[in-house]
Design a protein around this ligand. Structure first.
Ligand code: FES
Length: 154
């Protein structure tokens, strides 16, 4: 996706009033708009919001919702919390890796899918759980992986 870093930063910081205390919201807007946090945009945001770039990077690496690398259109997160792990999440990850032809932590070449693991998302009763963008699914058996991906083919 083409973007102008200074323009993106200005637009987002104007929306949040250039207030340093709104830095997480600003970063969230960048993530939503570009699907990741490009370095050049973060430097611009740091400048307009007067927040040190080191603090921005700390936030970006602390929260799972942020990514410093370009992500696929569909971000597939498999929960590896203890209940999900015990009920087959590692086998679900293997099935997803086979179906997508990538390893966990990678993005398909066509930028359609990213595969990640996450900690407990708070719905352990549905284990094993998968979150695709904003959609949560569970329990997902290994045999259900292929059918689930078909919902996200477009
Ligand atoms: S451990 Fe997966 S939802 Fe809690």
């Amino acid at each position: 996706m083409e973007y102008n870093a200074a323009e993106v930063a200005r637009e987002i910081s104007n929306r949040w009033g250039n207030l340093p205390e709104n830095i997480i919201e600003m970063m969230h807007d960048v993530q939503t708009k570009l699907n990741y946090l490009p370095k050049d945009v973060l430097y611009e945001v740091s400048h307009v919001a007067s927040v040190p770039i080191s603090k921005i990077y700390n936030i970006a690496t602390f929260y799972n919702a942020f990514s410093l690398k370009p992500k696929g259109k569909y971000r597939i997160c498999v929960c590896l919390g203890t209940p999900c792990h015990a009920l087959g999440a590692p086998r679900v990850i293997n099935a997803l890796e086979r179906e997508l032809g990538i390893k966990c932590g990678e993005t398909t070449k066509d930028m359609k899918y990213s595969l990640e693991i996450t900690g407990c998302v708070g719905t352990c009763g549905l284990a094993p759980v998968i979150v695709i963008n904003e959609d949560l699914f569970g329990p997902i058996p290994v045999s259900g992986v292929s059918k689930l991906l078909k919902k996200y083919e477009k």
